[in-house]
Design a binder for this molecule. Sequence first.
Ligand code: NAP
Length: 491
Amino acid sequence: MSRGLHLIAGGWEQGTGVPFTSFSPHTGEPSEREYREADTEQMRRATRAAASRMSLRGFATPTERSRVLSAIADALDSEAETVVATADRETGLGPERLSGELARTTGQIRAFAEFLQRGEHADRIEDSIFEGVSLVRVNIPLGPVAVFEASNFPLAFATMGGDTVSALAAGCPVVVKAHPSHPETSETVAQIASEVLRVTNLNGVMSVLHGPSPELGESLVMSSEIAAVGFTGSLRGGRALMDAAARRPTPIPVYAEMGSVNPLIVTEAAAAARAEDIAVGFTGSLLLAGGQFCTKPGLLVVPDSAAGDRLVARVSEEVAAAGDHVLLNERIKNQFVSACENIRQTGTPLAESRASVGGYRVGGLLVEIEPPVDDLEEIFGPAGLVVRYSTLDDLLALISSLSGALAAAVHAVDDDPDGPAIVSAVSERVGRVVWNGYTTGVGVSPAMMHGGPYPASSDGRHTSVGLRAMSRFQRPVAFQGVPNSLMPDAN
Ligand code: NAP
């Protein structure tokens, strides 16, 4: 389905910039489909088209937006085979995982469509503190949103992923910067979505630009028409875009969901009761999709005791036995290899597995480190760290020194004496606390929180997953004494 084209203001065009292709993670072979980076003029046309669709109520009424979103979800489901096959070719994540990811993506789109239909998004507040004068507070859309895709979720955090859908639901047109690791997947999804937009006369509401250089993304963020940014990716990329947005004459919000070191903390009582189970569960979560989950439990925090030793020994066996892992692209592989070399120097390797030859394959690694742990950075890939604590006070000090994270898991027993203090300490460092479970696997639901204190995300007050993600792209306005006929309809 892909043709090496950008979607710009409702039309399909070739780029004029640097050529690039995606590569098979299994073989490292380039795809035959060549793309050329979008140029500045193309990007400007995309942002201008997006801005031209804006009005006080957004690019369409909530009911129209709801219908369009439902139709896009149906269209994506009806092309599931093509979408999944394309994504598998470019990411190597496998048809099973990608079919699940597509179902999650279309489920999320429909959830927003239903939310709009029920009118719950409006958050309309009316009162009359001034006698005889109405005061109505309504959310209005911010304006065109620049969306940056992540490589490890080519569907759920990509062209029609959470950022795009929450922006469209809010009434904001989007300009998507596709990830250069999976351009054909992005183009395929864009074709399906844009056909729905075309028949509903909404051309220009979504553009999708391709390119491998940071300059394209930065100049998109600097474009005067862009009113907000939704980013999912590395701390390096998110921080660069936050800084670019802050340099604008009119700064704009950047909602960046980035990587973090998510701790899994085991109490002495839990280690004594079920060391083996926790070890197997932890390793499964650590190595899921080659350790390429933003919610990967990258740090195992265990008691310095015989039970803690049993747990760590079993994790070591599991990591060594797991074989090799295929990473998404060459850059991620190179960064992983160099991060592993660094951590080997500072810690004590406990276990590793060998990588076979070909593609972006790497072995798994487990390293024990000593406190302090305040400067740990995410190692994206199949590597985990272990740190031990002696007393509850040591553990609490260790938790409070951790950088902000998306999530933490706490493994304890019923009425665990250490439970209350640990839950209280981790709540200050993360956006989601998981009790006797694992942090990978983020359900799309109203109560979900997917964000956390910096550097996990740029603004820990917001989530990028679930219906509340929409509020990032809205702004409340109070209308005082304004006649009903002049009010925006519920947005
Ligand atoms: P990435 O390399 O940061 O790429 C994300 C996007 O940002 C790409 O479009 C990339 O384009 C662009 N970008 C990166 N650096 C840039 C810069 N300096 N200026 C302008 N644009 C820039 O991340 P990734 O490799 O896709 O994903 C892996 C990371 O994402 C991991 O750290 C993972 O934990 C995190 N992640 C977080 C979440 C979450 O919800 N918190 C979810 C999924 C993934 P170019 O490649 O063209 O530069």
